[in-house]
Design a protein around this ligand. Structure first.
Ligand code: C2E
Ligand code: MG
Ligand code: MG
Ligand code: MG
Length: 285
């Protein structure tokens, strides 16, 4: 089309693809300075105990308030940030901001109980030499206990991980930081490998939760989740489920022995004040 026509002629062969390319290009040029311009913000989604529905903590989820495109979700810019290396300073900013936020919840914790904070780590951050020292500095500066922090790493980021990659995670785990395996069950889950990883929490992928939508749920899926939960518990790992959208799913997953849950059924990601209010509701009944 445009190319085969040769020369400098430019034709819109596929206007939609073209619009996407322009947007992508626009985002690529705007991304490096977005951090300095203060365009990122964090929403917090509660993690609740499946047993009694009380708030356990929250996951920090980054968003970009783009001056032209409005609020963009992480799927729109995290891959870009990973390719351009911006993910390292951006990830550090998210950690700093989320830890500071957790501290301010903690200060008011006589009324809510201590709230924990989960922060996502991308594979580039794992291999970055500053991971441990940055995390230590951020925790110290804010005055947050390491055991109030949980770092989420995807299963795929740890596939074939050698000791060099696992060492910083082990250091953090020794300090008391929890490591969670995010989106568990979507990669080539090597269950035997779990023993080798300094992981405390399995976050079961949303696809499992989705298969609990029908009642009764698919018996094979039930068996799989049951097996994962019992293996996790026998290895002293806690199980969190993502993407809980209905009470029926929550009930099914509770019966299967999952420990904590996250999803629209409880709350959508929102501003930090909202999380504090939800935790206060627990405390006051
Ligand atoms: P994730 O860590 O698996 O986060 C869960 C995603 O599921 C979030 O999407 C959340 O909004 C969404 N979600 C929560 N409850 C429900 C539900 O009931 N139903 C459905 N359909 N979805 C639900 P979000 O915020 O768009 O984030 C997408 C991914 O972006 C995250 O997946 C995480 O991998 C990545 N991400 C977000 N923030 C950061 C960050 O600060 N750093 C890095 N490296 N990655 C991040
Ligand atoms: Mg996550
Ligand atoms: Mg997840
Ligand atoms: Mg997920």
């Amino acid at each position: 089309r445009a190319k085969s026509a040769g020369g400098n002629r430019f034709e819109l062969a596929d206007p939609e693809a073209d619009a996407r390319a322009i947007t992508r290009h626009g985002l690529t040029t705007a991304l490096p300075t977005a951090l300095d311009r203060g365009e990122f913000f964090i929403e917090y989604q509660p993690l609740v105990h499946l047993g009694d529905g009380t708030v356990h903590g929250a996951e920090a989820l980054v968003r970009w308030l783009h001056p032209q495109h409005g609020v963009l979700g992480p799927d729109r810019f995290i891959p870009l940030a990973e390719r351009t290396g911006l993910i390292v300073p951006l990830g550090r900013w998210v950690l700093e901001e989320a830890v500071r936020q957790a501290c301010s919840w903690q200060e008011r914790h006589d009324r809510t109980g201590p709230l924990r904070i989960n922060v996502n780590l991308s594979p580039c951050q794992l291999t970055h030499p500053g991971l441990v020292s940055d995390t230590v500095a951020i925790l110290e500066q804010a005055g947050l206990e390491p055991d109030a922090l949980c770092l989420e790493v995807t299963e795929s980021a740890l596939i074939g991980a050698d000791d060099g990659l696992l060492k910083p995670l082990r250091r953090l785990a020794e300090m008391g930081v929890d490591i969670a395996l995010d989106d568990f069950g979507t990669g080539y889950s090597n269950l035997a490998n779990l023993r080798r990883l300094p992981v405390r929490v399995l976050k079961l992928d949303r696809s499992f939760t989705q298969s609990m939508q029908q009642y009764p749920a698919d018996p094979v899926d039930l068996k799989i989740v049951e097996g994962i939960v019992s293996l996790a518990h026998s290895l002293d790992l806690a199980v969190t489920v993502e993407g809980v959208e209905t009470g029926a799913q929550a009930e099914q997953l509770r019966i299967l022995g999952c420990d904590t849950a996250q999803g629209w059924y409880y709350a959508r990601p929102g501003p930090p004040e909202r999380l504090h209010e939800l935790a206060l509701l627990d405390a006051t009944g």
